[in-house]
Design a protein around this ligand. Sequence first.
Ligand code: AMP
Length: 391
Amino acid sequence: MAINSGSSSLKFQLFVMPEEELIVKGLFERIGSKEGIAFSYSLNNEKKAFTIEGTTHQEAVSFLIDFLMKEQLVASLEEITGVGHRVAHGGEYFKASSLVEEKESQMIHELSKLAPLHNPVNLAGIEAFKAALPGCPQVAIFDTAFHQTLPTSQYLYPIPMKYYREDKIRKYGFHGTSHQFVAQVGANILDKPLEELKLITCHLGNGASICGIKEGKSHMTSMGFTPIAGLMMGTRCGDLDPSVVTYLQEEKGYTAEEMNTILNNESGLLGVSELSNDFRDVIAAADMGEEQAIISLDMFTSKVKQTIGAYAAELGGVDGIIFTAGIGENSSWVREKCCEGLSFLGATIDVDSNNQSKEIISTKESTTAILVVPTNEELMIAKETMAIISK
Ligand code: AMP
């Protein structure tokens, strides 16, 4: 069972492993709302959606377990031999996926201060499954683990070293499972060993990050100490002059917690468009000529392009640029804007292929391929879980 839990949602996919055969996948949304939890699932290509009673992750998980039995998707609960959970921040504690027992739960909890939007809800998912399936191994797959290969010169910040030594302030990077997955699929599409390719993977969703991959390893990535850094996102600001924070604190008397809320929840596309954090809403408004929406989209795509250019320079060239996640997989407009003017890198978009979201969307003449690869973090989670529990 692969689980990806968010603050108000819980996505699941149940696989037969190692065959990688999907049994059922679904999503609980509106967890925490008074109107009940929205549940949707797809089974044998049929989609269903309804509302269930409850307000907590725990109630969603209890419902899911009953549902699996009732629909005879498992003959007994013992058939679920492991549950893998996406966990945002593993700090320097976790360099790879790990079984979660008491000690590990405590460590994930401790790291919540570095990923306040994510680690607590990831842990809520783990606790809910521990309660619902006692004795079933719970495995954490960390968004940070893939980036543990960053060279020291990439992960250190140019601040006094004591803050790294004493407080572990450094770049960690996130979305590692997704970057690793799409890089491997991209290498398969290009029919070359991943280790021989220089790739730039662009995970553009509500959260967004870019990774430069060399010899199959993460070499540089845009998110940092926390998932707020790097690109502009749905509600997160991305990179910012640090003085903006201290200036606003001094001028407005904001506390650290208030600044956190502003930069994590009220910034990005939402902050600039003053409309929505959802890309589809913002693009619809831009189409209607809303100036702030247009500016926010220009800022978003420009930052992606700048990052691609910088990473190509650091990698010493690039064989493939890969787009993934909600925006990267679905918006041909974003892909075109982000790659506009990149012909000097040998990367030119083929308009028709891009509009059809084909696997390869660069022209035949491009020496740098541009790819669209749907991410599948749940499958990566299932594979990692199996690897850990079979040890
Ligand atoms: P994710 O975080 O990967 O689920 O991506 C969520 C983002 O993808 C939201 O901003 C959505 O508006 C955006 N998105 C989802 N589907 C589409 C689509 N068909 N076209 C453009 N953006 C989309």
